[in-house]
Write a protein that binds this ligand. Structure first.
Ligand code: URA
Length: 339
């Protein structure tokens, strides 16, 4: 095992955490350290090493195939893991009346249990791209400027952002972290308490699981991977508890992520949870993650794979093997893009 990895307290503690949860063997095969995974990649003459990692290179004793997706007119066609296909982008659905997710107290799901079917519609979160005449009425000049920003300008803009009420309660904006030329882009929902305090995404328990999910794919935080969120500031309810971002908050913040994606030009996007998936795909918010996964979607011209949010997986251990199947789909998609 790599000395660097062994000495990384985060790595050790995340293993301990996974062991405590009884899910360590699913995400990390002890004997197969990062170096070995990378060596396995190097043996394959692919341009992008991770692309070539066969699922078998990372032992996953509880792997199951993705559930077959029930074909539905509005959804892209399901792609098998071995030969992913990328369906054409869906046209944006007409926006229904603005609603917000029910809060926990109103009978809605607790924060980040966003894989659940809320039963009530959130608004599809497509925002005007400014290129279409029909979008014309409300092109915010800032959105037009964001589209031309470079990394320093974008970071500065986000750090000063007051486009929605989330700025009032934040300690830090959480811009995103990682390799700015990464081929892998992982997108979560929004910062929680730990992330708000540290200004970095996925640094709490869910982040430790995410790091292990990445590791199981032969990817390490910061190396060929970028991690970002749909919103850059922590959404909280009146009691200071985490909550999913509202459609308005998502719409205000999404231009920043869209610009990050343009700058990164990743090969594959992985949407972690429902908020990320429906925000990027403009899907019907009532669609559960179980229906979005198992298919290679498209965000603009980029393949996007949906899996469960790590926080959900920490609470729902029975779905972790499905998440592994999703990561296998992401890896095979990545491999097919590199050819
Ligand atoms: N959950 C998210 O969706 N993002 C984070 O950064 C942390 C937790």
């Amino acid at each position: 095992m790599s000395e660097e990895l062994k000495q990384d307290p985060g790595f050790g503690s995340s293993l301990a955490l996974l062991d405590a949860l009884g899910i360590g063997p699913v995400w990390v095969r002890r004997e197969l350290a990062v170096e070995e995974v990378q060596a396995a990649h190097a043996q394959v003459p692919a341009q992008d090493s991770v692309a070539a990692v066969p699922a078998a290179a990372v032992e996953a004793p509880q792997v199951i195939a993705p559930e077959p997706v029930v074909a539905e007119a509005k959804l892209p066609v399901a792609a098998p893991v071995a030969q992913p296909t990328i369906p054409a982008a869906r046209p944006a659905p007409a926006a229904p009346a603005r609603t917000r997710a029910p809060s926990e107290e109103e009978g809605g799901p607790p924060s980040w249990l966003d894989e659940m079917d809320f039963g009530t519609a959130l608004e599809p979160m497509l925002i005007p791209d400014g290129d279409d005449e029909e979008d014309a009425p409300a092109v915010d000049p800032l959105i037009a400027r964001i589209k031309t920003m470079d990394w320093p300008q974008l970071k500065q803009q986000v750090s000063e952002c007051r486009r929605c009420g989330l700025c009032e309660g934040r300690k830090n904006t959480v811009f995103g972290v990682g390799d700015e030329k990464a081929k892998w882009l992982f997108i979560g929902e929004g910062p929680g308490r730990n992330e708000d305090q540290q200004g970095e995404p996925f640094v709490g328990p869910a982040g430790k699981l995410l790091d292990n999910m990445l590791l199981s794919m032969g990817v390490k935080r910061g190396e060929n991977a970028y991690i970002a969120n749909i919103v850059k500031c922590r959404p909280t309810d009146d009691n200071g508890r985490d909550r999913p971002p509202s459609p308005q908050e998502v719409a205000s913040c999404l231009p920043y992520l869209q610009r990050q994606i343009e700058l990164i030009q990743p090969t594959v996007l992985v949407a972690l949870g429902k908020t990320a998936a429906i925000s990027l795909l403009g899907m019907d918010p009532a669609t559960p993650v179980s229906r979005l996964r198992g298919t290679v979607h498209r965000y603009q011209d980029l393949p996007l794979v949906v899996t469960y949010h790590p926080a959900y997986l920490l609470r729902t251990l029975t779905d972790k093997s499905k998440a592994w199947a999703d990561l296998c789909l992401a890896m095979s998609t990545y491999a097919s893009q590199a050819r």
